[in-house]
Design a protein around this ligand. Structure first.
Ligand SMILES: [Zn+2]
Length: 334
């Protein structure tokens, strides 16, 4: 019997099989690559976290990519962008930002199963220790008792937190409020919130050993600064240190060159500017990645390559969205 899922898969396969003839330019120089930008993989859906797939969802996304797209190593995509080289039709790269340990525990077995290349951009100062500041906010809010959360003494407001929905909203608003604070006041504010909640900040991040295992399994390791600051908020000396030192620290862990860099938060002009693209170049990175959405193709600035986020929790729509994204962006030379 044909189930709706089987029927959806069959329709997708049919669409993919004709897509190359309809949408993919014969001129390979005009093709683009969709560089997917993941962060964390969750064990199960989390009512407080939006946008990160759980392991089941990630599994079917990878299966769909393996069966219907050409997943290529980031190195190959960068070569094509730099040298006008070949890109296959329906080209995809897989990247993960921040360096969550779920990449080692949950994603790696799936990537290996489908033989999919991937790159992880690691925040080197979080190796073996602290969680990312935004996760510390979520975990603190999760542990707080029902009632009023009063952060007026931290120049914020009060929230009523009596449900998952309330907690999610409070965590999102607090994250937004502290994101652009200078690094030291951001750390201080997060520590105050943790003190209020009595949380210990259990580590969600990769260890040194895990990073070495990922590298041994063919996962490309890229850098993502030391402390995940908004680079534009730093003076040049500190920004330089974040960009240069994270490369050196990660190279010491994997004993091979770290060739790629991703800007924290990643919006050009808001989170980083031309000073930082130059620093990335001077530090010896071959390419650097933004988080702005767009096609990666020949003609891109190698030090602000865009990525994309065509998420959908429905596999049919995920496949269609990726295909539509590639169709819309192929042919558009930047
Ligand atoms: Zn990040």
């Amino acid at each position: 019997m044909t189930t709706p899922v089987t029927l959806a898969s069959q329709i997708l396969t049919l669409l993919f099989s004709v897509a190359d003839y309809i949408i993919s330019p014969r001129d390979v120089k005009k093709r683009c690559v969709c560089i997917l930008n993941y962060h964390r993989i969750l064990v199960s859906p989390d009512p407080l976290i939006e946008g990160d797939p759980d392991v089941q969802e990630f599994h079917w996304q990878m299966r769909l990519l393996a069966e219907n797209f050409n997943v290529i190593p980031l190195q190959k995509a960068v070569q094509a962008i730099a040298k006008n080289g070949d890109l296959p039709p329906r080209a995809i790269c897989i990247t993960f930002d921040d360096g969550y340990r779920s990449l080692h525990d949950l994603a790696l077995p799936i990537l290996k199963k489908y033989k999919l290349p991937a790159t992880v951009f690691v925040t080197s100062g979080h190796i073996d220790e602290n969680n990312m500041w935004n996760d510390r906010i979520i975990e603190a809010i999760r542990c707080m008792p029902n009632g009023t959360l009063d952060l007026r003494k931290l120049s914020m407001k009060t929230w009523q937190i009596n449900s998952d929905k309330d907690r999610k909203r409070a965590a999102q608003e607090i994250t937004k409020a502290v994101k652009y604070l200078p690094t030291s006041s951001r750390q201080e504010t997060v520590r105050e919130i943790e003190t209020l909640a009595g949380t210990d900040g259990r580590s969600l991040m990769l260890t040194r050993k895990m990073i070495a295992t990922l590298a041994d399994n063919g996962i490309e390791i890229g850098a993502h600064t030391i402390t995940h600051p908004i680079l534009k908020n730093l003076d040049n000396q500190n920004a330089c240190n974040e960009i240069f030192e994270s490369k050196r620290q990660l190279e010491a862990v994997i004993a091979k060159p770290v060739n790629f860099f991703a800007y924290p938060n990643g919006k050009a002009g808001v989170d980083f500017d031309e000073r930082h693209t130059k620093m990335a170049k001077d530090a010896g990175y071959i390419a650097a990645f933004a988080s702005s959405s767009g096609p990666a193709m020949h003609g891109n600035d190698l030090y602000q390559i865009p990525r994309c986020f065509p998420w959908d929790s429905n596999r049919f729509m995920f496949g269609l969205r990726l295909l539509r994204w590639l169709a819309n962006n192929d042919r558009k030379a930047p």
